[in-house]
Unconditional design. Structure first.
Length: 367
């Protein structure tokens, strides 16, 4: 029988530390400053369920980022944030218009509909971004008891294709939605990467642009596991504190969630980390573009920390198998891959991946 108490040195057996992962920014470890904040919060006893000093401070900090009406509710993960935000904001007959590629539609196992009871009305996009014209494909049928009522629009910043909405694009969406009696939710799992790309404060493309409520990202930017729902205007999500508990997203030791979010947003760690990830993606994109004569081709703008590209047949599998790099195929596009950078991605790792892609592409062209 294996020993019950493993030593710290045994941790190496449980992990395989590598700088060769471009699969997801979720693969990255926790930022050292975040770990320090968690340790600092683990001092003595503190009130449970959010009645602690860290959570009170977090509310102050996020009001500084999003305006005086902002209210923050820490949760455990991004799916929980999205589901709870939409569930709290809409009646049982409400529906949400979103892109077909949206995380809430593709990657949350039907949780918005199964758990939140919110119908999703999807529209096709070329680059992950919806527009007022696309919204109107599903924005109809109000007052018809046979149709789920379109009462919200959800956008992702940055999108699942790594593209970034401009302030004007968001304002056009929020104005169009509000004129039709709909609210606007933003899935901001990579909101810091968007801010780094736009060179703007967080409020500029959320509160100031008319967004009503936000799923605020943290895990993809160096946290262990903490996100937040942020309501940006009063009354947009009534009863959220009750719905959070009903849906098992109320942390008893919430100080540790809040401490992580404070480490990120009470200062500039959120921006420093996102800037590094974006810069590495820009470097990677330039290298992929240089491989175009060998058959590689990026097919979306690189505006945050992801590069989407098609590779010659067999190249992706060869690089993964023989060189040990990790990255995902992208569905729906032949020989397409998604290459994601994180706060801890280095120039050396990017250059090593590009060297392997180049070698495998040359081998494929000579086969």
């Amino acid at each position: 029988m294996a020993p019950v108490n493993a030593s710290l040195s045994d941790a190496a057996v449980l992990s395989s530390p590598s700088d060769r992962s471009f699969a997801s920014d979720n693969y990255a470890g926790a930022h050292p400053e975040v770990l320090d904040a968690v340790v600092a919060a683990s001092t003595g006893h503190a009130p449970a369920y959010g009645d602690d000093g860290w959570t009170a401070r977090l509310s102050e900090v996020l009001r500084g980022h999003f305006g005086p009406d902002a209210e923050a509710f820490p949760v455990f993960n991004g799916t929980g944030a999205n589901v709870l935000a939409l569930q709290a904001a809409l009646p049982r007959w409400g529906a949400v218009i979103c892109a077909q590629t949206a995380h809430i539609n593709v990657d949350e196992n039907g949780a918005p509909e199964r758990v939140g009871g919110v119908k999703l009305l999807t529209v096709p996009t070329e680059n992950g971004k919806i527009t007022p014209e696309l919204i109107d494909r599903e924005a109809w049928g109000w007052g018809d008891p046979h149709r789920a009522q379109p009462l919200a629009v959800s956008i992702t910043q940055t999108t699942e294709y790594g593209t970034c909405y401009s302030v004007d694009e968001i304002r056009a969406i929020t104005s169009h939605a509000h004129d039709r009696g709909m609210i606007v939710h933003m899935d901001g799992s990579r909101i810091s990467n968007a801010a780094a790309h736009l060179g703007l404060p967080l409020a500029a493309f959320t509160t100031d642009a008319g967004v009503d409520l936000l799923s605020l990202g943290g895990t993809k930017n160096g946290l262990i596991g903490a996100e937040a729902v942020v309501t940006l205007r009063p009354g947009v999500a009534p009863g959220f504190e009750y719905i959070r508990k009903m849906n098992m997203q109320l942390g008893s030791k919430m100080r540790f969630l809040s401490a992580q979010l404070l480490a990120l947003y009470d200062g500039d760690l959120w921006l420093r980390s996102a800037t590094q990830a974006n810069a590495m993606a820009t470097r990677l994109r330039a290298g992929v573009d240089a491989l175009e004569p060998l058959g590689a081709r990026a097919f979306q703008a690189t505006e945050a920390n992801g590069v989407f590209a098609t590779l010659p047949a067999g190249v992706a599998d060869r690089v993964r198998t023989e060189a040990g790099f990790h990255f995902y195929d992208w569905p729906g596009v032949t020989n397409a891959v998604r290459l994601m950078c994180a706060f801890d991605t280095t120039e050396a790792a990017v250059d090593a991946l590009l060297a392997e892609l180049g070698a495998a592409s040359r081998a494929a062209s000579n086969a």
